[in-house]
Design a protein around this ligand. Structure first.
Ligand SMILES: *Cc1c(COP(=O)(O)O)cnc(C)c1O
Length: 498
């Protein structure tokens, strides 16, 4: 019998990826390959490696949308080759973004006439939106100081220590000092009284968060506004407020329409919101809205004309996709006020199902509030035997991605687990998650004593005192390494929460 030819020489090999040599060679990681790969093989190999990513729908760490209607997917795919910045070439897309800006500004009660154009722009996300808002405040403050003949080289922003990392980025990239109000155990948002105390003549704005990333709680913007009005009156300053409503901007108007947090408060000059969080669009869109033209210094706006007519632009990057803008418009008109309200109410209901399920176990303290972003943040009542990181690790085995992280200063000793309830997290999933958490707790309780002792010591190590009993040198070395890794992890501001 004649042996068949080797696969690589066979003509049929190009028709079956798994019979081809492409699945036998390792792909280069550093240098581009010399030769091309057939498209079927390239697709298969990349697709298969990606299977090892988590399932986005089970990623309970993120606020970012993981489900949209197929009709909207269709619109997005049809626009995938449209560069948003070519406004003259794609005037309809530009028009849709302007309609979104207007609708969102009205939702936030901007003082506008019924047909008056709002001041705002679509961004890649809240991070870009916050850079733009921060720059506008910085420039306005500098202009005022210059006009008064006062120094303008030492600007600061006052926030809570619970701010999202993008504020720290803004501060570092654009050279503004970040003055953080510290937290304390049991109080995980910015205390408005303390924030106003920290305001000085160099404060370009106070940033309040509507929906703290860490526990979903809304900060008291109304009290902040009232205190700051008073302080401005006494000092003659006019320190403004920015509201970072990345997660809460599409929740408060529907669940808590009476809550005053937006442009109804006179000192609120700009608000950002992530379209890709509760705006219900896939990752890649945010919005920044200014109260009025006066709040956005003209000198920050660039006018370009080489794409056709004069186009004002105020964004950090130039080219970007159009799909997310179109998808945001789809969601706004498809759902309407009624639809968004129903979605947010469902999220809230399912959050309560999960919260009650966790409370029934008797093992957790709940550190999130029912009024806020629909999420449950919880910590173990007793984490001496096993800690929250362990619970997070073990839930991964069921497919659930639930992050554990430590709170910022001065509540670093508190570790929480956080589950974000998104539109696509139904009651059935909430009930399953409760069951799986119960299973994990049970398993941890019955783990062999040795393992439990180890995790206990690692935990102690994190608090700064590594307790090492008589162990082999290798065991000791391992423990110290683990403790240091934990310490470094906990020092990091974000551990996979976004
Ligand atoms: C998510 C989030 C951000 C960052 O927003 P992106 O849209 O991811 O850039 C900023 N602030 C808060 C409060 C957030 O929750």
């Amino acid at each position: 019998m004649v042996l068949s030819k080797t696969v690589s020489e066979s003509d049929v090999s190009i028709h079956s990826t798994f019979a081809s040599r492409y699945v036998r060679t390792s792909l280069p990681r550093y240098k581009m390959p010399e030769n091309s790969t057939p498209k079927e093989a390239a697709y298969q190999i990349i697709n298969d490696e990606l299977m090892l990513d988590g399932n986005p729908r089970l990623n309970l760490a993120s606020f970012v949308t993981t489900w949209m209607e197929p009709e909207c997917d269709k619109l997005m795919m049809a626009a995938i080759n449209k560069n948003y910045v070519d406004m003259d070439e794609y005037p309809v897309t530009t028009e849709l973004q302007n309609r979104c800006v207007n609708m969102i500004a009205h939702l936030f009660n901007a003082p506008l006439g019924d047909t008056e154009a709002a001041v705002g722009v679509g961004t890649v996300g809240s991070s870009e939106a916050i850079m733009l808002a921060g720059l506008a405040f910085k420039r306005k403050w500098q202009n005022k100081r210059k006009a008064e003949g006062k120094p303008y080289d030492n600007p600061n922003i006052v926030t809570g220590a619970n701010v999202q990392v993008c504020w720290e980025k803004f501060a570092r990239y654009f050279e503004v000092e970040l003055k953080e109000v510290k937290l304390r155990e049991g109080y995980y948002v910015m205390d408005p009284d303390k924030a106003v105390e920290m305001v000085d003549e160099n404060t370009i704005c106070v940033a309040a968060i509507l929906g703290s990333t860490l526990n979903g709680e809304f900060e008291d913007v109304k009290r902040l506004n009232d205190l700051l009005v008073e302080k401005n009156k006494q000092t003659g300053w006019d320190t403004p407020i920015h509201v970072d409503a990345a997660s809460g901007g599409f929740i408060a108007p529907f669940l808590y329409p009476e809550l005053e947090w937006d442009f109804r408060l006179p000192l609120v000059k700009s608000i950002n919101v992530s379209g890709h969080k509760y705006g219900l669009v896939y990752a890649g869109i945010g919005w920044i809205i200014w109260r009025s033209k006066e709040d956005l210094p003209e000198e920050l706006i660039f006018h370009i004309n080489y794409l056709g007519t004069d186009q004002p632009t105020f964004t950090l990057n130039f080219s970007k996709g159009s799909s997310q803008v179109i998808a945001q418009y789809y969601q706004l008109i498809r759902l309407g006020y009624e639809g968004y309200q129903n979605v947010m109410e469902n999220c809230r209901e399912n959050m309560i199902v999960l919260r009650e399920g966790l409370e029934r176990s008797g093992k957790f303290n709940i550190v999130s509030k029912d009024n806020g972003v629909p999420l449950v943040a919880f910590s173990l009542k007793d984490n001496r035997k096993h800690n929250e990181f362990r619970v997070s690790d073990m839930l991964r085995r069921f497919g659930w991605i639930v992050p554990a992280y430590t709170m910022p200063a001065d509540a670093q000793h508190v570790t929480v687990l956080r589950v974000v309830i998104r539109e696509d997290f139904s009651r059935t999933l909430a009930e399953r998650l409760v069951l799986d958490i119960d299973k994990v707790l049970h398993e941890l309780d019955t783990l062999p004593a040795k393992l439990v002792v180890e995790s206990h010591e690692v935990k102690k190590g994190c608090d700064g005192c590594v307790v090492v009993k008589k162990k082999t040198a290798l065991e000791t070395q391992r423990e110290i390494t683990t403790a240091w890794m934990k310490l470094v992890m906990e020092k990091k501001k974000i551990n996979g929460v976004c």
